[in-house]
Ligand binder design. Structure first.
Ligand SMILES: [Fe+2]
Ligand SMILES: [Fe+2]
Length: 281
């Protein structure tokens, strides 16, 4: 990953803002800022357990996310330090979910340990190859995660599950800040190289998948439980389109880019197929 001096300075400032605002407004402690003594007042079901366990599973891949992220960004201070800070924040999400699952009695320690063992038996791999593509991915993924947790927050509030509501409030606020950081960096990338960044954004939008796919045990069955995932329509309306608007592009522009790329790839494949094979002697 290389960057010009102005890109480095912008990244540093973006990280400084993210860190400073986080320190002043968002810091929380999963053990002391949640009134765990009130946990028995929440009325929770097995569906809540499946949601919490699935979210916890996705958050548990922090070692893989940060190892890959830091390897990719290590030469750029703002980007690498963001990865470190982001990993710390995500790690608290897993701690809060883990504690809730066990303290509520939704899962025994043994059940939780078994789940964690299954999670760590798999390794998360980078879904895209470059930092700029991962920035596009981060903006969309954090947005989807925020929307999923926000729906859970509303549900917990309606049902009077105050402790769960508090947890989803604290975590979704972090996810919103993560989305904001990635969106800001994507805006910088577009100012630097609009065509290239839009090609990456189109590529990521058309190949997007949530991080739990292929990693969380029985993921497809879990998705049948209301609230575990997000519908494609909800994702488009509340994550993709707002991001496109915010960074100054549109659905039709991305479709155009995507079709052009597909045509170029098809032409290349045809050309390669038409070339004579190397003679083997
Ligand atoms: Fe998280
Ligand atoms: Fe996040």
């Amino acid at each position: 990953m290389s960057a010009t001096l102005s890109q480095r300075e912008r990244m540093y400032r973006a990280y400084q803002d993210f860190f400073d605002t986080g320190e002043k407004k968002r810091r929380w402690n999963p053990f002391s800022d949640i009134p765990w003594e009130k946990i028995k007042q929440d009325t929770v079901t097995e569906d809540d357990a499946v949601c919490l366990e699935t979210f916890c599973g996705v958050e548990l891949y922090v070692p893989d996310y940060t190892a890959n992220g830091l390897n990719m960004t290590r030469a750029i201070f703002g980007a690498a330090w963001f990865e470190a800070c982001w990993g710390y924040e995500e790690s608290k999400h897993a701690l809060a979910y883990r504690t809730y699952l066990i303290e509520s009695g939704l899962r025994t320690e043994e059940q939780y340990a078994d789940f964690e063992r299954k999670i760590f038996s798999k390794v998360w791999k980078l879904p895209f190859n470059t930092w700029r593509q991962m920035t596009c991915y981060g903006a969309l993924q954090e947005s989807a995660t925020y929307l999923i947790y926000r729906t859970q927050l509303e549900k917990a509030k309606e049902r009077g599950n105050h402790l769960l509501e508090q947890i989803y409030f604290l975590i979704s606020r972090d996810e919103a800040a993560h989305r904001g950081f990635y969106q800001k960096v994507l805006q910088y990338e577009l100012e630097e190289d609009r065509d290239g960044a839009l090609e990456d954004l189109a590529h990521v939008v058309f190949n997007f998948g949530m991080p739990g796919v292929g990693l969380i045990p029985e993921y497809d069955d879990r998705l049948k439980i209301d609230g575990v995932g997000i519908s494609p329509q909800h994702f488009l309306q509340h994550a993709v389109f707002p991001l496109l608007r915010a960074v100054g592009t549109s659905r039709s522009e991305l479709i155009k880019i995507h079709r052009r790329k597909q045509a170029e790839e098809a032409a290349r494949a045809e050309r390669d197929a038409g070339e004579p094979a190397l003679a083997v002697s």
